[in-house]
Design a protein around this ligand. Structure first.
Ligand code: COA
Length: 142
């Protein structure tokens, strides 16, 4: 798969999460269970969504989810999450997961890509509008 292998993590970006799967996170074959990765991806994507929504969000959809490479117990996983769309009440986030394995040989592999949509919710669990971004220009013009 093109771009699957690279020697380092994306430059100039901070991962939302870094975590190492343990043997308890493995499937019956000893590799990491896809459902465990899906839970971490959901959590990683919810962090920028919750910041942008300035509060509670709920996952409404997993639009796409691709496991490009297997994940092994002991890989160091980094989850990068970028908001790709903001709607009236929803925020769509792209999540990319990189594994650093054989860390002494510095092998870094993109293992998973997903797109998820979150909805900002109120205290009754109903959708609420995404707040506008604070204006940084009005201050200078006033
Ligand atoms: C999230 C939830 C509050 C949304 O309520 P709803 O009445 O379906 O809301 P709406 O139909 O008004 O849709 C809200 C937004 O979600 C978007 N949306 C709804 N279904 C979607 C889907 N399948 N894919 C992408 N976006 C979707 C809508 O386009 C809308 O976005 P916009 O306001 O930016 O245009 C409700 O579906 C819910 O509680 N779901 C369970 C959430 C949950 O518990 N998640 C954790 C896993 S169990």
């Amino acid at each position: 798969m093109a771009n699957a292998h690279q020697s380092c993590l994306p430059e100039g970006k901070m991962p939302e999460l870094r975590v190492m799967p343990m043997p308890a996170d493995a499937n019956v074959y000893g590799d990491v269970f896809g459902g465990w990765i899906m839970a971490q991806v959901d959590l990683a994507g919810s962090l920028p969504a919750g910041r942008r929504a300035n509060g509670r969000v709920a996952t409404v959809a997993v639009n796409s989810f691709v496991f490009r490479q297997p994940v092994f117990v002991g890989d160091l996983l980094s989850f990068y999450a970028d908001i790709v769309k903001v709607g009236t009440t929803s925020i769509t986030v792209n999540v990319e997961v990189y594994a650093e394995r054989n860390r002494l040989q510095a092998e870094t592999v993109k293992v998973t890509e997903a797109t998820l949509t979150y909805v900002a919710t109120d205290s009754h669990r109903k959708p609420r509008p995404i707040p506008p971004l604070p204006s940084i220009t009005s201050h200078h013009h006033s």
